[in-house]
Design a protein around this ligand. Structure first.
Ligand SMILES: [Zn+2]
Length: 117
């Protein structure tokens, strides 16, 4: 699902995609300048190796995601306190955003139930 950034207006543009057991649902909304706000919920589950015992377990996901997408190079003047992702082709691929979020979660520290107790 590719979204052309200059078509995003103040009226939220909804999206919902699924990848295996994960649902990525939210909207894009024009903010100011070249910035587009993305707000979404990531839910479902994924397989992850436990960071303590290295055994694979199912990690439940229920994350609120919020960041900006900038159409081009973002000049940070300190007024934005969320992460900013730059787009250089004037569009965003929702699947790509989902995959980078999943990679981020996988790279975080997570332990299985057994190790937590
Ligand atoms: Zn474990």
């Amino acid at each position: 699902m590719k979204i052309v950034l200059r078509r995003v207006t103040k009226t939220p543009l909804d999206f919902e995609i699924k990848s295996n057991e994960i649902t990525f649902k939210g909207y894009l909304e024009y903010y100011m300048g070249k910035l587009i706000l993305l707000k979404a919920k990531l839910s479902g589950s994924l397989y992850k190796d436990c960071d303590i015992c290295a055994e694979e377990f199912i990690l439940s996901l229920d994350e609120n995601i919020e960041f900006f997408i900038n159409d081009g190079i973002f000049e940070d003047d300190g007024s934005i306190d969320l992460d900013v992702v730059e787009s250089f082709d004037g569009a965003v691929e929702i699947e790509e955003l989902l995959h980078s979020e999943i990679e981020l979660i996988k790279s975080d520290y997570h332990s299985c139930k057994k190790c937590k107790n």
